[in-house]
Ligand binder design. Structure first.
Ligand code: URA
Length: 255
């Protein structure tokens, strides 16, 4: 196909897509990816395996999820429903939304649920969670219920592998909306994935931890993930340094 005819074909696709969306809008149709029947949500992939379509909650080519218009965390959770936006949905037991004070001054953001979290439907309840609880209670003198805890991806990656970019992209709008609703003063980003997602950067955690950053105006302190600390206990002292800065900021002692 020549470049000219390719361009014409793309133009005509865009025009018909625009007309189609305008017609749907005029007709008041608001069909959402996670409201579609299962059959429509999957498509056959090369090799015969079913594959989840690559969409995000705020996708350009589908209606943005109404969950993103939620006014409360409960509405957001209800809007996310039985989410099918990425392939992690097929392996999950529970979608792990978030937990804690809906008006917390301090929010922790982790990577994604592990086995215990998937089974219980609550973030940070396994061994890494126990360490996070110690940081919150013994280190900061707070209660777990005082803070808000969420993850970048809400469903467990198989065998606790790292979340893949399409999975992060699909789920990220929900984390953003959680932050928007909780309106914390401070976010502690736990580990590389959370911090890279929040900072929209590929900077290594070792470079960014321990210094204040901003996430849409909110103070963000990146630090190591508790699971990393379980494997590298010598680095707990670095996390303690980071957490002391957070405590000072919460107490208004940073200038
Ligand atoms: N690790 C995370 O990043 N999040 C959890 O909820 C549990 C372990």
């Amino acid at each position: 196909m020549s470049e000219d005819s390719e361009t014409r074909e793309i133009d005509s696709l865009v025009t018909s897509l625009r007309r189609h969306l305008e017609r749907r809008q005029r007709a008041g149709i608001r069909i959402l990816p996670n409201e579609m029947p299962n059959k429509q949500r999957t498509m056959p992939a090369i090799g015969g395996q079913e594959k989840a379509p690559q969409r995000t909650a705020g996708d350009l080519f589908s209606e943005p999820s109404p969950a993103l218009g939620a006014k409360t965390l409960e509405e957001l959770r209800a809007g996310i429903g039985d989410c099918r936006l990425c392939k992690l949905c097929s392996g999950r037991t529970n979608l792990v939304f978030g937990v804690g004070n809906p008006h917390a001054r301090l929010m922790f953001v982790g990577e994604g649920p592990g086995r215990d979290e998937d089974l219980q439907g609550e973030p940070f309840v396994g061994r890494a969670g126990q360490l996070l609880n110690d940081i919150i209670t013994k280190g900061m003198g707070l209660k777990r219920e005082d803070v808000y805890i969420a993850n970048v991806v809400k469903c467990r990656p198989p065998d606790n592998r790292n979340p893949e970019p399409d999975e992060v992209a699909a789920c990220e709008p929900f984390l953003k909306k959680q932050i928007d609703l909780v309106k914390p003063e401070i976010i502690v980003g736990l580990g590389k994935f959370a911090v890279q997602a929040l900072l929209q950067s590929k900077a290594p955690i070792t470079k960014v931890r321990g210094q204040w950053h901003r996430y849409h105006g909110i103070k963000l302190m990146p630090t190591f993930h508790p699971a990393y600390l379980l494997r590298n206990p010598a680095d707990k002292k670095l996390v303690w340094e980071d957490i002391k800065k957070v405590i000072k900021e919460l107490r208004g002692e940073n200038g």
